[in-house]
Design a binder for this molecule. Structure first.
Ligand SMILES: [Zn+2]
Ligand SMILES: [Zn+2]
Length: 649
């Protein structure tokens, strides 16, 4: 190690160390302090992540990453994935390895094995992982020649590895070992030893196809989570537990809100009466807002000739997301994946002067998109859904105000439905460098300036994402933060320079000449199905009074109280309150328990005394017994909570 030239290592504070060739980042860490060497997870050498135990290859800048660095956590999780695979190979020899990357909050590893893994296996694997951790097994980086590596894995019958190496490996590629059994084709880097990997948990087993393609072999994917501290992991697990309780698929069934039916097909949603009530309120609110904010409501068909989609370009660049065409007697037809071309046809159906603009066409329009089977997820990923979709056609002078109104509308939508936290992302272009964007530099500049100014005028927090715009225009996405801190992409305001050109849209300007209008797509709920799912999870099914499908349930104590209960019900119904009577001959405590489980905001217990005095005994799902009120008082209270869309009750 002492022979050969010396290496100069520059540290983040600017100081330089001269070390012999063969020195590793870990050696440098040790020379600084044993504590630093112990805390280091991975190195950054000349800007790239680098194993602590890999010798420098020349003069270098060095940064030692500890648990404070997010990149270190990523490496830690990737190493934990390897630890899992090493444990699998020890317990279940002969298992073939797919890929095992770190992901947000953890990692997974794909395995090919005839016998399915069980939850019991996860426990055994976790114990084995801790055992390997305690053995202090080194992660070793091995350089392999491509032809030799391929020959070796072919001989072993490791077909997935052969495929990956053939496709991705350089002539000499890196592999990492962990103990005698485990070796994987991997770029690394990794932690130096298994003893660094203390806090992890295996979470679940799922099916996955090799390379995500259902024509390929079905693999078993084991998911896990890994953290630098037990506290962080416990917090994360508690959050997962909370998310499970709020799962809209589970609550959707328990509260009888919606279903997805096998006979009808995956990704197609049935709203049951209670879900339908909530959806109607969501839709009514949006339609009212459209009218208040100067939009015109339109209705358009669900299918159109394939030619329309050729003109719009969707038949070309969007065909993978479209349902197959259907042959009718006169032509081929296509279910709509988007509403835009339909609104364009309405705009283009008559000539426009600048005086008509802006034209804002809005629709709650149902679209159909092809999603691969197996990728559907409750209401969040479906094949048929309704968008609150609007398209704005305007002049360059009008665009800034239009964008401000759109964003204000988006914010009002979020706050109305109880989301106080949100963030915006602005996706911009690359200034035309790559040639992959449509539209003129003037158009892009105008649009991006309008978006930026609108954000400033509304004083929104925004993250700029360079070079992430759609090819046809820049956009703003608004994400909400739900009750347990999860972020959901919701509203989008998107420019389009392409469709107005494809459809030759125009208006006559003040100068008497023809101009192309600017076009903006905007959807605030996004998909109503998805927004509904988010609401269910945000409120854990306990919708605020104004959204609750049943606001009040009346519970007569005995059968002789039923007539007065019916009378009360009629009065509430006349006042526009959503009410049911539970007139079963059951004990009132059982009825209360069930109403509570159904998360009904108010229960009115009706006995002889209430009937005699024309009163109601009020119970609230959160606050319990609220005592006796006159019917008039109670009605006024529920109406005021409903009208004000209050979050309280
Ligand atoms: Zn790896
Ligand atoms: Zn559109």
């Amino acid at each position: 190690m002492s022979i050969g030239p010396e290496i100069h290592v520059t540290l983040p504070d600017g100081s330089t160390k001269t070390v012999p060739a063969g020195t590793t980042p870990l050696d440098v860490a040790k020379s600084i302090s044993p504590r630093l060497a112990d805390a280091a997870i991975v190195a950054r050498v000349n800007g790239d992540l680098f194993d602590l135990t890999r010798p420098f290859e020349g003069d270098a800048s060095l940064q030692l990453l500890t648990s404070k660095d997010p990149d270190a956590l990523y490496v830690y999780r990737h190493s934990t994935a390897h630890l899992l695979a090493a444990a699998v190979l020890e317990l279940y020899p002969g298992t073939q390895l797919g890929i095992g990357p770190p992901i947000e909050n953890g990692f997974y590893y794909d395995f090919l094995r005839d016998v399915p893994f069980t939850p019991d296996d996860l426990e055994k694997l976790e114990a084995k992982m801790h055992e390997i951790e305690a053995r202090d097994v080194k992660f070793e980086r091995v350089l392999t020649k491509k032809d030799e590596g391929l020959a070796k894995y072919r001989a072993e019958g490791a077909s997935m590895k052969v495929e990956l190496i053939s496709e991705r490996a350089d002539d000499i590629f890196t592999e990492y070992t962990l103990g005698p059994q485990f070796i994987d084709f991997c770029r690394g880097p990794h932690v130096p030893s298994s003893s660094k990997l203390k806090v992890f948990k295996l979470l679940s087993i799922a099916g996955a196809y090799w390379k995500g393609d259902e024509k390929n072999a079905q693999l078993q994917r084991i998911y896990g989570t890994a953290w630098f501290s037990k506290k962080e992991q416990d917090e994360y697990l508690a959050k997962l537990e909370e998310a499970k309780k709020r799962d809209h698929r589970k609550l959707g069934k328990e509260l009888d809100l919606f279903s997805i039916q096998d006979l009808a097909g995956p990704g197609l949603v049935f709203f049951h009466p209670k879900g339908g009530t909530i959806r109607r309120i969501i839709e009514d609110w949006m339609r009212d807002q459209y009218v208040k904010r100067g939009y015109s409501l339109v209705y358009t068909p669900h299918v159109a000739r394939h030619d329309l989609w050729k003109t719009s370009g969707h038949a070309n660049f969007y065909s993978d997301n479209m349902f197959a065409r259907m042959e009718l007697d006169d032509a081929e037809y296509q279910l709509k994946p988007m509403n835009c071309p339909f609104h364009i046809l309405i705009y283009a159906d008559k000539p426009h002067s600048y005086r008509d603009l802006p034209v804002r066409l809005g629709e709650l329009g149902t679209v159909y998109r092809y999603e691969r089977s197996g990728t559907m997820h409750g209401l969040l990923r479906v094949r048929g859904f309704c968008q609150d979709d609007a398209h704005i056609f305007c002049t360059p002078d009008q665009i800034e105000n239009e964008i401000v109104s759109c964003l204000q509308f988006a914010v009002d939508t979020l706050t109305t439905f109880g989301f106080s936290q949100y963030e915006a992302e602005l996706s911009t272009w690359d200034k035309g460098v790559s040639g992959k964007y449509d539209g003129s530099p003037e158009q892009w500049e105008l649009a991006e300036r309008a978006l930026e100014t609108a954000i400033k005028r509304l004083d929104m927090q925004v993250k700029i994402i360079p070079d992430e715009a759609a090819f046809y225009g820049p956009k703003i996405d608004v994400k909400l933060v739900d009750a347990i801190g999860r972020k959901w992409q919701l509203s989008t305001v998107q420019f389009d320079f392409t469709l107005p050109r494809r459809f030759n849209l125009e208006y006559v300007g003040e100068d008497g000449k023809k101009h192309q209008p600017l076009m903006v797509h905007r959807a605030l709920y996004g998909s109503i199905e998805r927004f509904f799912g988010i609401l269910v999870e945000h409120y854990a099914g306990a919708f605020p009074v104004w959204l609750a499908p049943i606001q009040v349930t009346i519970l007569p104590i005995t059968d002789r109280n039923v007539p007065y209960a019916q009378e009360v019900s009629t009065k509430l119904n006349d006042a526009g309150i959503r009410v049911t009577v539970d007139d079963r001959s059951e004990k009132v405590n059982l009825k209360i328990r069930e109403a509570q489980l159904q998360k009904v905001p108010y229960m009115l217990v009706i006995g002889d005394r209430e009937a005699a005095n024309g009163q109601v005994a009020v119970r609230n799902r959160k606050h319990g017994d609220l005592g006796v009120q006159t019917l008039e008082e109670f009605i006024a209270n529920v109406k005021s909570l409903t009208d004000s869309k209050a979050a309280t009750e």
